[in-house]
Design a binder for this molecule. Structure first.
Ligand code: CP
Ligand code: NVA
Length: 321
């Protein structure tokens, strides 16, 4: 869709005989909104920066605004460092220290920021706020996490999976835990990159049914079960995430529901012997994962966290290049 709109903008200007108007901005909103080829380009850019094959600073003189309506360690620091290493700069805005906290609309914020900065990353709760930002900004908007998805994280996870295990199409990934925003982005990625994804989630915490239906319609190899042993059996990669996402209600019921989905040594032993363990972090040892697993030899969580930096260079260069 975005590509069609870009083509129309350029063709329209050419027909008028003038200089082509800049097309609509190239946002990075959700993995399912881009083709496999576009996503591959982003990954390859990130890999090229990581390996040192690319050493250019394409964002020289550019500024990224980072809006955080929820806390962050990795997303904030990796975007700030990525921008600086690519030659650009950043401005961080929180809800409390900007007019967003006093009710200025996302649409007005988008219009104003677009006059100052070259791109906007936003971490927020409702996905509709991200959509508003993208609709009203005239510069690229990047999704830094919403209650519905976390695409930058999943691009780093896919990069890590490929780095550690090889061809993505050959991999079986098992998710055990809450069917949350990160699980949703794994579903998008499974469809676009062609790996098998088996999700084990308690019934009340399963990913949204329309999302699973979409994955099936697209021909994705995505399955859903309530049995973690079934999902993990023979997997190449086991993934989980916090039981209580930012903004979710912690409670005894939630913990009781999720306890059988804990990734512990016994569950990990059902995966392939050389399976890796991934977690987007922050983690709670003793809840969704045991210390033995996350700090053990199969865990690749620190490489995964590092890849946030590399893949975000790919995303920034793709959006702004
Ligand atoms: N994984 C992740 O997005 O971490 P932060 O919340 O620290 O940014
Ligand atoms: N599911 C988690 C991811 C944190 C990076 C949350 O939304 O809090």
């Amino acid at each position: 869709m975005a590509r069609v709109m870009r083509a129309v903008a350029v063709a329209g200007a050419a027909a008028r005989g003038g200089r082509p108007e800049p097309g609509p901005p190239r946002h990075f909103l959700d993995v399912n909104q881009y083709s496999t080829g576009e996503l591959r380009d982003i990954l390859d850019l990130g890999i090229a920066y990581k390996s040192g094959r690319r050493r250019d600073r394409p964002l020289d003189g550019k500024t990224l605004a980072l809006i955080f309506e929820k806390p962050s360690t990795r997303t904030r620091v990796s975007f700030e460092v990525a921008m600086r290493q690519l030659g650009g700069d950043t401005i961080v805005l929180g809800t409390a220290d900007s007019q967003l906290g006093r009710g200025e609309t996302i649409a007005d914020t988008a219009r104003v920021l677009s006059r100052y900065v070259d791109a906007i990353m936003i971490r927020t709760n409702e996905a509709s706020k991200l959509d508003d930002m993208a609709r009203h900004a005239t510069v690229p908007v990047i999704n830094g996490l919403t209650d519905a998805s976390h695409p930058c994280q999943i691009m780093a996870d896919v990069m890590t999976l490929e780095e550690k295990k090889g061809a993505l199409r050959d991999q079986i990934v098992a998710w055990s835990g809450d069917g949350n925003n990160v699980a949703a982005s794994w579903i998008h990625a499974a469809v676009r990159f062609g790996f098998e994804l088996r999700l084990a989630c308690p019934e009340p915490l399963q990913p949204p049914a329309p999302l699973v239906d979409w994955a099936r319609r697209e021909g994705g190899r995505v399955s859903l079960t309530v049995a973690p042993e079934e999902a993990v059996s023979g997997a190449d990669c086991v993934v989980t995430d916090t039981w209580v996402s930012m903004g979710a209600e912690a409670g005894v019921n939630r913990h009781n529901l999720l306890m059988p989905y804990q990734v512990n040594e016994a569950l990990m032993a059902r995966a392939k012997p050389d399976a890796i363990f991934m977690h987007c972090l922050p983690a709670k040892r003793g809840e969704e994962v045991t210390a033995g697993v996350i700090d053990g030899p199969q865990s690749v969580v620190w490489d995964e966290a590092e890849n946030r930096l590399h893949v975000q260079k790919g995303i920034l260069a793709w959006c702004l290049g």
